[in-house]
Design a protein around this ligand. Sequence first.
Ligand code: SF4
Ligand SMILES: [Zn+2]
Length: 144
Amino acid sequence: MSERFAEKMHDPEVIKDTRLLGDFSVIYCRGVHTDAVRMPLVSDGAELGVYGDALPVVCAECAELLRYAEKRRAFCPKDPKPFCSYCDTHCYKPDMREQMREVMRYAGPRSMLHGHAVDGIKHLIEGRKHKRAARRAQDTDGAV
Ligand code: SF4
Ligand SMILES: [Zn+2]
């Protein structure tokens, strides 16, 4: 693990976002990967105590995504940072991006029932803004 990563992982905003990602992944994994074997996450972020005492318990596939997402979040150039699924300069590899989109799409609305009312609503609002902007861009492209 690099020193720079460890340093970034002490930023309260990075910790908050990474924990949220962990919680969203747990909601997604439980709901979608129903038959998978789940274990407490092993990652650099977990080692640094980013998730506190409650490590995300997820399957191997979700753990891989979370390990990747920890790195992306730590080095995110956006400030303020949008939800990754609505970011205009997406820094994820295409397959990871698609996976994260699925996680957010599934867990975003459900997170409101799992102690994330504010984040769930924020996700909903950002999603609507994103859709409106995409529609406007389409209309502009279609205009003569
Ligand atoms: S996708 Fe966008 S918001 Fe997410 S980490 Fe990458 S640059 Fe930051
Ligand atoms: Zn999973």
